[in-house]
Write a protein that binds this ligand. Structure first.
Ligand SMILES: [Zn+2]
Length: 70
């Protein structure tokens, strides 16, 4: 078992791959159910994570997730 470093890992809602937190952008579900980018990573609410890649953003949109201003 290699458990070195204990880096924070999150799952991208686009490609469903795990990524290190710094590689992902945090999204927070707004009152309207739209996911909005949380550049601070500290907004209240349930967060989701997404790679900063068009392919992942597109994949998330195809899952019928509404994403604003990525
Ligand atoms: Zn991804």
């Amino acid at each position: 078992m290699a458990n070195r470093g204990h880096k924070p890992v999150r799952t991208c809602i686009g490609c469903r791959q795990e990524g290190l937190k710094p590689e992902l952008v945090r999204l927070v579900r707004s009152a309207g159910g739209v996911l909005v980018v949380d550049p601070t990573g500290r907004a209240p609410g349930r967060g989701a994570y997404l790679h900063r890649q068009d392919s992942c953003i597109e994949a998330a949109r195809k899952r019928r997730l509404e994403i604003a201003s990525v």
